[in-house]
Write a protein that binds this ligand. Structure first.
Ligand code: GDP
Length: 295
């Protein structure tokens, strides 16, 4: 991913490298290219503009204070700004509860069930936790089956109740079940619709209220571009979630959603999904992502 963006930035910096120093004119030329590249990568227009304005201010201000070549300086400034824009440092999830409840939200197909399994697997293997997965999709029996398959694959218990059509009651019973099993993490997988609708929002808000999660995570398919930003905003308005999970970053995406979502909802991106396998999960490091963007 991001090939396009880094190629374009390379080209933009190449223009600058031909000049002896950073001036208003060559910065403007370069930043026009940077802005265009960000827009092409699906970054929101306003954010791309703010970003290039920040970079311009820093570039012009720092010129006399450094021994770096203008091109190197621009790369550094753009990289630092991009890192800051995506949150600066990596953010951990809160595991302080006993048990810690993690609530998954997001549209159908965003990767919630897959990520629930990946997170359970990660916390079990890397943090020595004992997780329980809870299936709260009462509309699609296949979703319950899918979570059971995932649980079996990673050796994590799954709580479901096919005779109950009240997701709030299932979530509460799931937490109770976790306590009785001595599990210290409860990961609640919820139903998602193909688009944001009031019923889905009310339902997840009710689950949220009932189980008071330590972590409410919004799962989003990074390939959905600008739509991802609108969906993130709608979910955040209702849930005031704690973090974002960007899935499908292994696909053919230029990943501008990472930048836009963070800027619009101001919530950290905590993990990324990089494949369909249970091991395809990574902590989100803004600096690594910036490196990847710039090539
Ligand atoms: P849910 O409806 O939100 O629970 O979404 P699922 O977990 O069922 O995922 C929808 C589809 O996306 C499935 O085919 C998953 O295998 C796939 N998927 C989920 N996460 C990733 C990822 O990080 N990379 C890729 N390539 N596919 C993923």
């Amino acid at each position: 991913m991001f090939d396009n963006l880094s190629e374009k930035l390379d080209k933009a910096f190449h223009v600058l490298k031909g000049h002896g120093q950073i001036t208003e004119i060559n910065v403007a030329e370069t930043l026009k290219e940077v802005r265009r590249a960000l827009l092409d990568a699906d970054v929101n227009f306003k954010i791309a503009k703010e970003f290039t304005n920040n970079v311009k201010e820093k570039a012009l201000g720092q010129n006399v204070l450094t021994n770096l070549q203008p091109g190197q300086l621009m790369v550094k400034i753009v990289k630092d700004e991009l890192t800051q824009l995506m949150g600066g440092d990596a953010e951990e999830i809160d595991l302080s509860g006993n048990p810690s409840v993690v609530l998954m939200s997001g549209l159908q197909g965003s990767g919630k069930t897959t990520f629930s399994g990946k997170l359970a697997n990660y916390l079990k293997a890397k943090k020595s936790k004992k997780p329980l997965l809870v299936a709260c999709d009462v509309y699609r029996p296949a979703a319950i089956d899918q979570l059971h398959v995932v649980g079996e694959q990673i050796g994590v218990e799954v709580y479901s109740d096919r005779d109950n059509n009240d997701p709030v009651a299932i979530a509460e019973a799931g937490v109770k079940h976790a306590k009785s099993l001595g599990c210290n993490i409860v990961i609640i997988d919820t139903a998602g619709r193909l688009a944001v609708d009031e019923q889905m929002m009310t339902e997840i808000a009710n689950i949220h209220k009932a189980v008071t999660p330590q972590e409410t995570l919004f799962v989003v398919d990074s390939m959905t571009g600008q739509d991802a930003v609108n969906t993130a905003k709608a979910f955040n308005d209702v849930l005031n979630f704690d973090g974002v999970i960007l899935t499908k970053l292994d696909g053919d995406t230029r990943g501008g959603a990472a930048i836009s979502i963070k800027s619009v909802v101001d919530k950290p991106i905590k993990f990324i999904g990089t494949g369909e396998k249970m091991e395809a999960i990574d902590v989100f490091y803004p600096s690594r992502m910036a490196d990847r963007i710039l090539g």
